[in-house]
Ligand binder design. Structure first.
Ligand code: ZN
Ligand code: MN
Length: 483
C-alpha cells in the first residue's frame, strides 16, 4: 500500500464575448478560422489589448474561492514552439497572478454517485495555490498524415486554477472538479463544460510509502476532458505505479497521455522543468494595478454554493444535507427563498420542497425554474398545512393538481379534493360518537396500546363527510382518551 498525493491544474475558459487580447468573438462551433485577427493569429507587430471582463471574472472567481488578489498583477511570456501557438509564446502570468491562495470545499453530492456512501474525508477542503489568467491555444485535429488547425479558440481567456497537492484519491479529484464547476457556473464566470473543452484538467500524481517520506516522482496526466476520465485515469495510474514500485522500478518525473478507449496511460515525455519555458515579463502589457477592480468586484461578488449552504444551516436551522441540496442548484435556491414566508417555518418549506416537490417534478421532466406552480402559490399551500387544513400528504396531492391547474388557488383545489377546513365542533362530536361505540378499544388504549388510536382515527376519517387532517384527529382522540 502506498500513500497517494494528487494535485490538479484546471484550465477553464472565462465566459466572455471576446478574446483575451483582441476583439474576436469566442463563440463555439463556428466554421474554422473565422474568428481571427492579426493579434490572435500571432502575426508580427500585432499588439495585445487586455480584456477587462476576463480580468474582472477571474478576480470574481478568486473571491468565490477565498483567494486574495495582490495589489499588482503582471503578464509574462511562456516560450515554447508548438503548431497550436503561432507566436511561439503564450501570454500568461508567472510570479504575480491575479489570485493567490483560496480553497475549494468538496461537496458531498459532487462525489461519484457510487462513492457517496464511502467518502473517506467528508467535508474536506482542498487548498488552492493560485489562479492565473492566460490565453487558450488553437485547436489541432490530426487526420492521417496531415494536421488541421482551427484558430477560433486561440486567444480565448483561460483561467488556470492550481491546487496544492491535497487530494488523495480519484474520487476526491472527481468531487473537486464537480464542485469547482458548480461554483464557477453559479458565479457566472465560466460555463465550465468539459464536453465543449471549456474546462480541461491536468493531474499530477505521485506515490510514496510513508507520510514522512519526501513526495515521490511526479507523473503528470495531460489534458483530461471529462470527470470520468480523470477518475479512471487516476485509478489506472495508482495501480500502474504500485505495481512498478513493488517490482522495484523507481518512477521518474514524466508526462503521460490518457487513452480513453484503451483505458490506460501512455508515456509522452519526461518532463521539462519550468525554466525550460524561459519565462520573462511581457514587454507589450503594463503591470495591472488591481485595487480599484477588486473593490468594484467586492460589491457584486455573488454568494457561492457553500456560503449559501452555511447561511441556510445557520439562519434556517436546516440539516447539512438539506442545506446542501437546496444550495447546490441556483434556481432551486431561488425558488426556495421566494417561497419563504414568516408564517411558515423555513424548515417546513425546505422539507416539502425536497421531499414532495423535487421528485414529483423530476418524474414529469420539469426543471424547477419551469415549475408551473410559482413559489408564492407554494407558500399559500403550506399555509393550509400550517393552519391545520391539510396534512403533509394531502398537501402533496393538492400540489400535483396545482401542477395541472396553476392558476387555481391552493385552497380551492384542496376544497375540490374534499380537504375542507375542519369544523372543530363537528369533529368533536364525531370523536365522542366513535369513542362511545368502541369501549373495548378505548380500554386497550388506556391500558397502553396507543397504536389503536390509528384504528379509531381511521373510523373517524371514514365516518366524516369532509376529510379532516388525520394527525389532528389522532391528537384530539389522544387528549380525550388518555388525559
Ligand atoms: Zn483576434
Ligand atoms: Mn496553463
Amino acid at each position: 500500500m502506498y500513500l497517494v498525493t494528487i494535485g490538479l491544474e484546471v484550465h477553464c475558459q472565462v465566459n466572455t464575448q471576446t478574446k483575451m487580447f483582441c476583439a474576436c468573438a469566442t463563440s463555439f462551433g463556428d466554421e474554422p478560422n473565422v474568428n481571427v485577427c492579426p493579434t490572435c493569429l500571432g502575426l508580427p507587430g500585432a499588439l495585445p489589448v487586455l480584456n477587462r471582463i476576463a480580468i474582472e471574472k477571474t478576480i470574481l472567481s478568486g473571491m468565490l474561492l477565498g483567494c486574495t488578489t495582490p495589489p499588482v498583477s503582471k503578464w509574462d511570456r511562456k516560450n515554447y514552439f508548438y503548431p497550436d501557438m503561432p507566436k511561439n509564446y503564450q501570454t500568461t502570468q508567472m510570479d504575480l497572478p491575479l489570485c493567490i491562495g483560496g480553497t475549494v470545499p468538496l461537496y458531498d453530492h459532487c462525489y461519484p454517485s457510487d462513492a457517496q456512501k464511502s467518502i473517506a474525508r467528508p467535508g474536506q477542503t482542498i487548498r488552492l495555490n493560485r489562479i492565473h489568467l492566460e490565453e487558450d491555444v488553437a485547436k489541432s485535429t490530426h487526420l492521417g498524415n496531415s494536421s488541421l488547425i482551427d484558430f477560433n479558440r486561440a486567444g480565448t481567456p483561460l483561467m488556470e486554477i492550481v491546487t496544492e497537492p491535497d487530494l488523495e484519491s480519484a474520487e476526491e479529484a472527481f468531487a473537486y472538479l464537480r464542485t469547482l464547476q458548480m461554483i464557477l457556473v453559479q458565479g457566472g464566470v465560466s460555463d465550465a463544460d468539459m464536453e465543449k473543452g471549456q474546462m480541461r484538467c491536468d493531474v499530477n500524481i505521485s506515490l510514496r510509502k510513508n507520510a514522512s517520506d519526501p513526495l515521490g516522482a511526479k507523473v503528470e496526466l495531460k489534458n483530461l476532458n471529462s470527470t470520468s476520465a480523470v477518475r479512471r485515469s487516476i485509478h489506472f495510474e495508482i495501480a500502474r505505479q504500485t505495481e512498478e514500485l513493488n517490482a522495484g522500478i523507481a518512477q521518474i518525473q514524466s508526462t503521460r497521455r490518457w487513452d480513453d478507449d484503451r483505458g490506460e496511460t501512455q508515456m509522452m515525455r519526461t518532463k521539462e522543468d519550468a525554466h525550460d519555458y524561459r519565462y520573462f515579463s511581457c514587454p507589450d502589457l503594463l503591470p495591472l494595478d488591481t485595487a480599484e477592480l477588486v473593490e468594484r468586484m467586492r460589491q457584486i461578488v455573488p454568494e457561492s454554493p457553500h456560503q449559501r449552504q452555511a447561511r441556510y444551516e445557520d439562519d434556517f436551522a436546516l440539516t447539512r444535507y438539506d442545506a446542501s441540496v437546496l444550495s447546490s442548484d441556483l434556481q432551486l435556491a431561488r425558488y426556495f427563498e421566494a417561497a419563504l414566508h414568516a408564517s411558515i417555518p423555513a424548515k417546513k418549506t425546505a422539507n416539502f420542497l425536497i421531499n414532495n416537490i423535487l421528485g414529483t417534478i423530476n418524474e414529469r421532466g420539469i426543471a424547477i425554474e419551469h415549475c408551473p406552480v410559482p413559489p408564492q402559490s407554494l407558500t399559500s399551500l403550506l399555509e393550509l398545512v400550517e393552519n391545520g387544513t391539510l396534512a403533509a400528504n394531502q398537501a402533496r396531492e393538492v400540489f400535483i393538481v396545482m401542477l395541472e391547474q396553476p392558476d387555481k388557488a391552493a385552497a380551492a383545489i384542496a376544497d375540490e379534493l374534499g380537504f375542507k377546513p375542519t369544523d372543530v365542533g363537528a369533529l368533536d362530536e364525531l370523536c365522542e360518537k366513535i369513542i362511545a361505540e368502541n369501549p373495548d378499544k378505548v380500554a386497550e388504549i388506556q391500558a397502553g396500546n396507543e397504536r389503536l388510536l390509528n384504528f379509531l382515527t381511521g373510523q373517524i376519517m371514514k365516518a366524516s363527510e369532509v376529510k379532516p387532517n388525520p394527525k389532528m384527529v389522532t391528537d384530539l382522540l389522544r387528549t380525550k382518551i388518555i388525559s
